[in-house]
Ligand binder design. Sequence first.
Ligand SMILES: Nc1ncnc2c1ncn2[C@@H]1O[C@H](COP(=O)(O)OP(=O)(O)OP(=O)(O)O)[C@@H](O)[C@H]1O
Ligand SMILES: [Mg+2]
Length: 246
Amino acid sequence: MTVPILEAKSIVYSYPDGTPALNGVSLSLGAGEKIALVGANGSGKTTLLLILSGALAPRGGEILLRGEDVSGRASALNKAAGLVFQDPDDQLFMPTVAEDAAFGLVSKGVPAREARDAAVSCLESLGARRLAARPPHRMSGGEKRIAALAGILVTEPEILILDEPTSGLDPAARRNIVKTLENMDSTMLIGTHDLDMALGLCDRVLVMHGGAITAKGAPKEILTDGALMRKNGLDLPLRYSESENL
Ligand SMILES: Nc1ncnc2c1ncn2[C@@H]1O[C@H](COP(=O)(O)OP(=O)(O)OP(=O)(O)O)[C@@H](O)[C@H]1O
Ligand SMILES: [Mg+2]
């Protein structure tokens, strides 16, 4: 059997104020898989994504990268995994969107000009070439999200960790993002409330509830199971809901 690219074993985390967030989460990502992480508000998705990208250190458990134990080695995770934050304000910091989107490539040693061209063409593929010269702190929420996505997608990380990539986007912007993700080879773990995206894009779905993974399986099997979804504080994807959730 091939070694998973990323594996988590019994991850435990509570925040410094004592709030418990993860109580023994295990998962495994095969190379090239696109996995959706769904769950109600506060179920632990963001905390898990921060830990798997090396932005937060777990209080217990193990993380393996290509079979090698990298627990306590955030730099190994940072290098392999690109994280798009749930809140774009946590990520955007350069004076313009193009500079911001080029930053990741520049810091990997790509010449500035080349990095900028790649950033602009990534913005173009997201239908957002118009944002290149704009200051990120003076844009709308959706525009900021697209800019934040561009900065990570352009680096084509081996593992792409996305926290609510389609939240707050209009239908055209959402379609551009989903299409771009569809065409990328990176292994993906996507925290999302966009169940229709999970259904159309992902190979597998993990359901979180109360800081644990409570169900996993094929998207159609999990996301169309009304009883399972409701038990986990969720509803059916819109295309299966027949307006019953409105
Ligand atoms: N900075 C923090 N300090 C203390 N507790 C926190 C902090 N951030 C999150 N939590 C708590 O940790 C738990 C998990 O939160 P997390 O942000 O991982 O949930 P989530 O599934 O991403 O939710 P959402 O769908 O709203 O984004 C919740 O109980 C939450 O209140
Ligand atoms: Mg979250």
